[in-house]
Ligand binder design. Structure first.
Ligand code: NAG
Ligand code: NAG
Ligand code: NAG
Ligand code: NAG
Ligand code: NAG
Ligand code: NAG
Ligand code: NAG
Ligand code: NAG
Length: 881
């Protein structure tokens, strides 16, 4: 420490030269198996390796093209590969120093080799990067189409030899590579002074200069994914952190106050992390009591037996936190204290000033394990706020003493015992021309949706990776660093008490049923067992010999659009497994029948428990729990699966309840995966149900997750007001629940239109939170609506408020809302406000209406007249696990 002044001068000198933007000395993009130049999604130009100076012996290898490629996979560099059956070395003359080496893999059949047969090692000079590596198995386990592995190696002035060696132990084994990227990087590891977290007081653990490491996670905490082009100079990818958060405790995310500009201090070069990382953050939430009782936790799956360098990026970006001892917290790694009394302002010197901190943890044993990262307020110094903050996080695996970075292949998930494609390809040749849709029994919405669906399916069938994702910079338009991508699912399944995720279909679950079995179960399709009729066909209640109750959806064998929908549904459902989603238990495709079998959902739809029903009203807490369950299901659709899935038809009849009142989101028959969306096709159709339709979607015809958030907001209002989303019998301004409830909420009189049954039973703070959440969800502009994760968090929070209020008996009195921040606010108490909820519980009016929106006029089957049994999808629950 005696040389501190010198050190500061020295750092300042470095910074002066470097602080602008980093310009890499070496920057190589090699598109393996290809010749000429190609541009990737980020607009970067890759050079083919055929005849390249880096691949002197390229004649000893084969260049090959994947036989087919999903349209979600970028063509460059994944379309072509170089395939090796004997060791092969690329030689890169480079300047001395650290380089990022990024390897791009798209497991597929190449030439006469099968994807699953590729087992190989990759070495960078003396360092083993990968050993017995199966890209196929890794991608399957992570539910990814393609992989990027990023390494950092310090090379000498002699350059770098990158060698691919097929494993000898497997007879058909070969090696392949789709793309190699090499970028010089500045020295970012020797300056961090990492501390080794080992139970006691953390001790300094400097990282040796010549050690290689692998980036296993790089997260923009509280912000969006950042693509390589958004991180200029180093071309790093930063992923969204929300997939890795433990449980439902997501905290809150926010961006920088408009008055705050991010200012890198002279000691911190800008290349440490881009401004976008520091200008978004996640913190624990507004309630000190809640914060004291939980840890904001991320769970990251890693290989055992290595040291990991964990780098945290911090920056205070919002007032009023400008001073020391306002927000102080502890950092835990693997349940051990890494840092007490972390105070970002004390470290950085002020608001808007970034800072980072490094810690090292050791994992022992073999296989994989979960790395737990947790933050909790530190109260010892009596800070002003009980809260914590994080802006970014990187996790690097350090090489071991044997120059090795390689871990085992992850275990394959259980395989489905059927391939949806196989079932259908032989019987349907519908990839020729789109059919004109007509004569479908069911909602206008479904008809509109089908046109879109057809286009979508036809497009998919071609499996041509057109430049579809070119414009998207959402989380999946390009690939974030993907070693452990989606592994959240696995971690949560183990640890989360409420969530259960799995990426693949357990073979015992999706059963094939014979037509005879189906006939027996439904008493030969007895109309007395009919649960509903929809665009797809009829839904029957059935029972198998062993007493299992099921819902059986029978498609009309003649309808071609039915085939499409059947295929979509079976593909979607078989891939999605979540406690709060309905899922498929079997199917039957005998005799040209298209039959899907689901568990029977004992309590039917959410709507039939809200209004126009003989059933007893649901207590408020139960309604909240159902909303939370549905929000979890939606959140999983939006963030948990391989592609973002937009439901497109969120409504109370698509939220089903099982015998234990667990909410399940249903009807993915018309869902649509997000990122491969081709907007030119969307523009011809609008899908959804009137009363729930996102006005922005209607205006701009752009589909995003926020459209589902809007519909979910309407559901929230429906749940608290117990009236339909549209009710034509009411005065004009009250017809649309979304508009009317929003109007009442803005005037502070929402409490006057709530379900009379709920009056006096909702805690004021809970009511406020719930109403605000619903209000935000139905914001006119998608950008103002919260993400489903935030909705979920707010609902959880509302439930906590209700529970704690019930303990002390602080419930909302009729007509009075007591404001959380101030005293009680008196309403004007007029009782003559029309209370639609009163009437809607007792009347059963069926109406058909003509809705006119924009310049379109569409006959809508009213959302009013739908009896629960007239619902398209009556479905079900994977309880057999
Ligand atoms: C690869 O080849 C095998 C056997 O030839 C085949 O079963 C498999 O479907 C092929 N995979 C792809 C992605 O084409
Ligand atoms: C790379 O391999 C070539 C051929 O084996 C060898 O001559 C060269 O020294 C190697 N370079 C490095 C940096 O190891
Ligand atoms: C191949 O098997 C031998 C033993 O039979 C083992 O020592 C070696 O590590 C294996 N190599 C690979 C690459 O799997
Ligand atoms: C690379 O290693 C050499 C010594 O092996 C060291 O002098 C140099 O500082 C290292 N470079 C970086 C960027 O760590
Ligand atoms: C932010 O800027 C606005 C307008 O420039 C100003 O009115 C406001 O007081 C500022 N807020 C803070 C906290 O400095
Ligand atoms: C940390 O604690 C949680 C429970 O509090 C436990 O499930 C988890 O396994 C622990 N993690 C480690 C790495 O010890
Ligand atoms: C937070 O995590 C630490 C370390 O695992 C643990 O000791 C503590 O009990 C946790 N606190 C809460 C409220 O869960
Ligand atoms: C190579 O990987 C496969 C698949 O994970 C595994 O079954 C096999 O045991 C591994 N072989 C060696 C030598 O590690």
């Amino acid at each position: 420490m005696k040389s501190l002044p010198f050190l500061i001068l020295f750092l300042a000198a470095i910074a002066a030269g470097d602080n602008s933007s980093y310009v890499p000395r070496d920057y190589i993009l090699l598109d393996c198996g290809s010749s000429g130049q190609n541009k990737d999604q980020d607009g970067r130009t890759w050079n083919g390796d055929t005849g390249s100076k880096y691949a002197p012996s390229w004649l000893n290898s084969v260049s090959s093209q994947a036989p087919n490629q999903d349209s979600s996979v970028p063509q460059c560099p994944y379309l072509t590969a170089r395939v090796f059956t004997s060791p092969f070395t690329y030689t890169f003359p480079l300047g001395a120093g650290r380089k990022y080496v990024r390897l791009y893999f798209y497991p597929s059949n190449y030439s006469n080799h099968e994807g699953a047969d590729a087992f190989f090692s990759v070495t960078a000079g003396p360092i083993t990067l990968l050993q017995n590596f199966s890209a196929y198995q890794t991608a399957a386990a992570l539910n990814m189409d393609y992989l990027i592995r990023e390494f950092s190696v310090n090379v000498s002035s002699a350059g770098l030899n990158l060698t691919f060696t097929p494993s000898k132990n497997y007879s058909n084994s070969y090696a392949f590579i789709n793309g190699i990227e090499i970028v010089s990087m500045p020295d970012m590891f020797s300056t961090g002074n990492p501390l080794l977290v080992s139970g006691g007081t953390p001790i300094p653990y400097p990282i040796p200069d010549d050690w290689a490491m692998e980036t296993v996670y790089r997260l923009n905490v509280g912000g969006q994914a950042i693509s390589p082009s958004g991180d200029s100079g180093l071309y790093r990818s930063w992923a969204d952190d929300s997939l890795y958060i433990y449980g439902a405790a997501f905290g809150v995310t926010y961006g920088a106050d408009p008055n705050v500009t991010i200012q890198y201090p002279t000691t911190l070069p800008e290349y440490i992390a881009p401004v976008d990382v520091y200008s978004t953050a996640r913190s624990m939430g507004p309630d000190p009591t809640v914060n004291r009782n939980y840890n904001l936790t991320w769970i990251l799956s890693v290989d055992n037996g290595f040291y990991y360098l964990v780098r945290f990026h911090f920056c205070e970006i919002q007032y009023p936190i400008t001073k020391v001892n306002q927000r102080v917290f502890d950092i835990y790694l693997n349940n051990q204290t890494a840092q007490e009394e972390a105070d970002v302002i004390a470290w950085s010197g002020g608001i808007g000033v970034p800072v980072y901190e490094d810690y090292v943890v050791l994992t022992s044993g073999s296989g994989t394990t979960d790395l737990w990262v947790a933050l909790h307020p530190d109260l010892k110094t009596k800070p002003e706020y009980f809260d914590a903050i994080l802006n970014g996080m990187e996790v690097f695996k350090l090489q071991d003493g044997k120059n090795n970075l390689a871990g085992p292949n992850p275990d394959l998930p259980p395989q489905p015992d059927f391939e949806p494609d196989k079932i259908f390809n032989k019987k349907s040749n519908f990839n020729s021309t789109p059919v004109i849709v007509g004569g479908v029994v069911g909602g206008a919405a479904a008809i509109i949706g089908l046109g879109f669906l057809l286009l979508f399916l036809c497009k998919r069938k071609k499996k041509k990776g057109k430049d579809a994702a070119g414009t998207s910079d959402g989380p999946s338009g390009w690939l974030p660093l993907s070693l452990y991508e989606n592994s959240h699912s696995a971690a949560s399944a183990k640890t989360n008490t409420t969530g259960s995720y799995a990426s693949s279909l357990p073979s015992n679950l999706c059963r094939h049923f014979s037509f005879a079995e189906i006939e027996a179960a439904t008493n030969k399709f007895d109309e007395a067992l009919l649960l509903g009729v929809g665009g797809f066909g009829k839904v029957y209640r059935g029972e198998f010999d062993d007493g299992t109750e099921v819902a059986i959806k029978r498609g009309n064998p003649m309808s071609e659009q039915g085939v499409h929908e059947f295929q979509t549904e079976i593909e979607m459902l078989s891939k999605l497994r979540h406690r709060h989603l309905v899922s498929l238990i079997g199917y039957c495709e005998e005799n040209r029948e298209m039959i899907l079998v689901y568990d029977y959902m004992a309590h039917g739809t959410l709507r039939e428990h809200l209004y126009k029903t003989q059933k007893p009203p649901l207590p408020w807490k139960q309604r909240l729990e159902i909303c939370i369950g549905a929000a979890r299901g939606l959140h999983y659709l939006h963030t948990g699966a391989k592609h973002t899935i937009i439901h497109r038809d969120v409504k109370t009849t698509n939220i089903l309840l099982d015998d234990k009142w667990v909410a399940k989101v249903s009807d993915f028959g018309l869902s649509k995966t997000g990122p491969t969306l081709d907007n030119t096709h969307v523009s011809t159709v609008v899908k959804g149900s009137f009363g729930y339709l996102d006005p922005e979607y209607f205006r701009r015809q752009q589909l995003t997750e926020k459209s589902d958030v809007y519909s979910f907001g309407v559901v929230l209002f429906e749940v608290i007001c117990a009236r339909p989303a549209l009710n034509q019998n009411l005065p004009k301004e009250q017809v649309s629940l979304a508009e009317w409830a929003l109007h009442c909420q803005k005037k502070g009189i929402l409490d006057q239109i709530i379900d009379p049954y709920l009056k006096g039973k909702i805690a004021p703070q809970c009511f406020k939170k719930f109403a605000e959440t619903a209000e935000k969800c139905v914001s006119d502009h998608g950008i103002d609506r919260p993400a489903t994760g935030d909705v979920l968090w707010n609902l959880e929070f509302a439930l906590q408020l209700q529970v704690s209020a019930e303990e002390v008996g602080d419930l909302m009195a009729d007509g009075i809302i007591s404001d959380v921040d101030g005293g009680p606010v008196m309403m004007d108490g007029k009782k003559d406000v029309d209370d639609p909820s009163m009437e809607s519980r007792t009347t059963t009016v069926t109406s058909t209406s003509t809705m006119s929106m924009g310049d379109r006029s569409i006959i809508s089957e009213d959302s009013e007249g739908l009896t629960p049994s007239a619902v398209f999808s009556q479905i079900m629950n994977p309880k057999g696990r």
